[in-house]
Design a protein around this ligand. Structure first.
Ligand SMILES: [Zn+2]
Length: 602
């Protein structure tokens, strides 16, 4: 094992050593580089060299070079697929489990970075095969196959995935049958009981979350987390307004209501003969559309074409969203005030945009910043609160909204300098932004990371220290209190978020967010400690923050210090302290990006 201090250094050396070998040869484009790599593989496969590990690694390196030099080209995903295949081949000779893991990693990168690539379904299928037949993890294989069918139901590999899934299911039920026979009577009873329990919870779930009926297996999937019907008011509730944000590949629509309503979502296929696009409609009940809400809101902005609002039945308002495309949707609610949030992911352009090519290497290969930029191109920093919402207020009157904006600006400058990436802040002035709009900004701008900056506050004046959060449900009372304050809602309605999160978290980047939070927390604490005494490390925590719900990228919320603590409030007034805070967070982000890049390239 390397010592902790050595690891970042080794990471850096590794990246630099890559840079030296990464010059693009003149007049060589992605196609030439890829074909050359492939030709080398074909020639190699006919020689006795195939038994030699180092020879394989060289072949794999040819493809890696294509991916690193031309990440925007269509050859990058192809190169990743080839790397995966080569590692699998290598495993055939080496028998090393690590080679299989390397193959899986390449396939994962392909699916994650190039979800629209024609090879994405292949990458999922190959992963599933490794898990099922080589690593003996049929459970994991089944999950991946289901993902393949959900995301790429019409691709050519879907057919194979269905067959493989059926075979895995058959062998699983055979196994469990043979196990059951040998079980004792009491064990059998236990099995029956848990099965019963499972059945009853799933029954609760199906009434609580009304999923649209699956009309055909190829329709996109959505999650709907509505209110339990028993809690509804008897009189129709006014739909007061519709807000929306949209880009090529993402849309968020927020329906503002005067009180709680139930809702359901349904999908209508496009009908080219009638000139109708893909439509998602949301029924709100019991509800009444306000006269101030326009019946038709033309938008024509990226994914979202129009929003239409109508009184469908005396107590039902129907909101129809005309969409360019749709691959996945989520509908959930936030409270105080009550609003229904609709998140839609399109099938549009890939996440990696072709119009932003990698800066040309000037004979010296890729700079460190350029290489890091391969995984993180755009960071959104969110200074908490603003405008009519001052956030927490310190003993002498310092406002959280002022501190967070200062830190966000400092952090923006540091990240631009350290990573050379694009940095966007959600507000650059003292204005009010609803929490759901902040996430929408990050999603519509296609951010790779989202960092929300806040200061903590506690009724106990003595409380002080630093903590970093990512989105998840929690039973920790302190964390609940912090989330309730930041969400500007009562602690009671925080408790009700559990069910929403269960539905919504399915696609959240929980692990990546937790890793980002860990990097930031560690570096922030250690940097502050190198300059200030009495810096308390509260560690990484989880809590249901509105501002993180629905984020499509790793997302965290940093509580930089307690504004309610007299000593920390004094520090938060000093530019020097704020600069140290920004520096600590920036270092954490750089470390996260570097580690991500390492994982991609190892
Ligand atoms: Zn705050």
């Amino acid at each position: 094992m390397f010592s902790r201090a050595l690891v970042p250094l080794l990471a850096l050396l590794f990246l630099l050593s890559l840079a030296s070998g990464l010059q693009a040869r003149r007049s060589e484009g992605p196609k030439e580089a890829y074909l050359k790599a492939k030709k080398a593989l074909i020639n190699f496969s006919k020689t006795k060299q195939v038994k030699k590990r180092h020879a394989w690694l060289k072949i794999i390196d040819n493809f890696r070079r294509v991916y690193l030099l031309y990440p925007e080209s269509g050859y990058a995903p192809a190169a990743l697929l080839m790397m995966g295949r080569c590692y699998e081949e290598l495993y055939g000779y080496s028998g090393r489990r690590a080679d299989l893991i390397s193959a899986i990693k390449r396939y994962q990168v392909l699916v994650e970075r190039y979800p629209r690539s024609r090879y994405a379904d292949d990458a999922l299928l190959y992963q599933a095969r490794i898990y099922a037949y080589k690593l003996k993890r049929p459970d994991k294989a089944r999950r991946i196959l289901k993902e393949l069918l959900r995301r790429y139901p019409r691709r050519d590999k879907a057919k194979e995935a269905r067959k493989m899934l059926a075979a895995l299911r058959a062998s699983a039920s055979k196994k469990s049958r043979s196990q059951k026979v040998t079980k004792s009577r009491t064990q059998k009873d236990k099995v029956r009981q848990t099965a019963k329990a499972r059945k009853s919870t799933s029954a609760v779930k199906s009434t609580a979350s009304k999923k649209p009926p699956a009309k055909s297996p190829s329709l996109p999937v959505g999650e709907v987390a509505s209110l339990p019907l028993a809690k509804l008011p008897p009189e129709p509730v006014l739909l007061k307004g519709v807000r929306h944000w949209s880009s090529e590949n993402y849309t968020r629509v927020v329906l503002d209501l005067a009180d709680k309503v139930a809702f359901s979502a349904h999908l209508l296929r496009p009908d080219p003969r009638l000139g109708k696009p893909m439509r998602l409609y949301i029924d709100l009940r019991p509800a009444l559309a306000s006269a101030y809400v326009k019946e038709e809101i033309p938008i024509k902005n990226g994914l979202l074409k129009a929003v239409r609002v109508g009184q469908y039945r005396p107590k039902t308002v129907r909101v129809v969203l005309d969409l360019g495309s749709l691959s996945r949707y989520k509908v959930f609610y936030l409270e105080e005030p009550f609003r229904v949030v609709v998140d839609i992911l399109g099938e549009g352009r890939p996440l990696v945009k072709a119009e932003r090519p990698l800066p040309k290497s000037s004979g010296k290969g890729l700079s460190l910043a350029q290489q890091l930029g391969l995984t993180v191109r755009r960071v959104v920093i969110d200074p908490g609160h603003g405008g009519k919402d001052p956030g927490a207020i310190g003993p002498t009157g310092l406002k959280e909204k002022t501190v967070t904006l200062k830190v966000a600006r400092l952090l923006r400058a540091k990240l631009r300098q350290k990573l050379g990436c694009e940095v966007i802040i959600t507000r650059n002035r003292d204005i009010f932004l609803p929490l759901e709009q902040r996430t929408a900004i990050a999603n519509t701008r296609g951010a790779d990371l989202f960092v929300s900056i806040h200061t903590n506050a506690s009724p106990r004046r003595r409380a002080y220290g630093v903590e970093t959060y990512y989105l998840n449900f929690t039973t920790d009372e302190e964390a609940m209190r912090v989330a309730a304050r930041e969400n500007a809602v009562s602690q009671k309605s925080i408790g009700q978020l559990r069910r929403i999160l269960k539905e919504i978290m399915l696609t959240a980047k929980v692990q990546e967010s937790s890793r980002l939070a860990t990097c930031i927390q560690k570096d922030l604490v250690s940097h502050l400690r190198s300059r200030y005494s009495r810096i308390k490390d509260h560690g990484v925590k989880q809590a249901p923050f509105f501002v993180l719900i629905g984020a499509q990228m790793p997302a965290v919320l940093v509580e930089i210090s307690f504004i309610s603590n007299p000593r920390e409030e004094r520090r938060l007034k000093s530019e020097k302290y704020l600069d140290s805070v920004a520096e600590g967070i920036a270092r954490g982000i750089v470390r996260y990006v570097r580690e991500t890049q390492m994982a991609y390239l190892q």
